[in-house]
Write a protein that binds this ligand. Sequence first.
Ligand code: C5P
Length: 219
Amino acid sequence: EPGRPLAGRHAVVTAGPTFEPIDPVRGLTNRSSGKQGYAVAGALAALGARVTLVSGPVAIAAPAGVERVWAETAREMQAAVDKALPADIAVMSAAVADWRVDGVASGKIKKAPGGPPSLSLIENPDILAGVSAAGKTRPSLVVGFAAETTDLEANARAKLSRKGCDWIVGNDVSEAVFGADANTVTLFTRDGAAESWPRQSKAEVARKLAARIADHFRT
Ligand code: C5P
């Protein structure tokens, strides 16, 4: 289909932060805005893909033509991704919390004279690594993100092999990125290639990534 090179393909995209509860009113989260992942979901849909967007808590509208599934915690996000498979394409752009609270309190933790409570943390599952190792249901193209302040190339390459994905979008976050509209990225692929893209809007980064994905499926 001209103009819709990804027609017939299914893409799963994660975006936004996760929220890990401490008690019924408090939690651990991060500053991910979800903008880049939402833009990628929209750009893939614009090229004809069926897109399942698994989103952490953000306050942005779902792009046209995208099916959004909400997830709060890392484990909910992982379950939603698993449920969305099989897919041809996975783009994992969510800022998943590395840890969650072990033993979430069932009632609001009270301020006590004994001083502040201690939080015990346990590791969350790595959704990207899990999808990359999904065996029969592994999407044929799995793309991760790496936000780094230093040694972008070395860290992105290490992540590529550690996580078992096919591409890593390396994100230079030494400049303002979180919540901003622009992004400076380099695309690292398994064959050792690296493509640096000039600082541009997140929408432009998304269109470029979607176009590269469409090229990948054309060849
Ligand atoms: O290891 P790090 O968090 O820097 O890796 C970032 C990449 O891994 C992103 O693509 C992110 O969406 C993904 N990730 C994940 N699950 C985690 C941690 C990271 O899918 N628990």
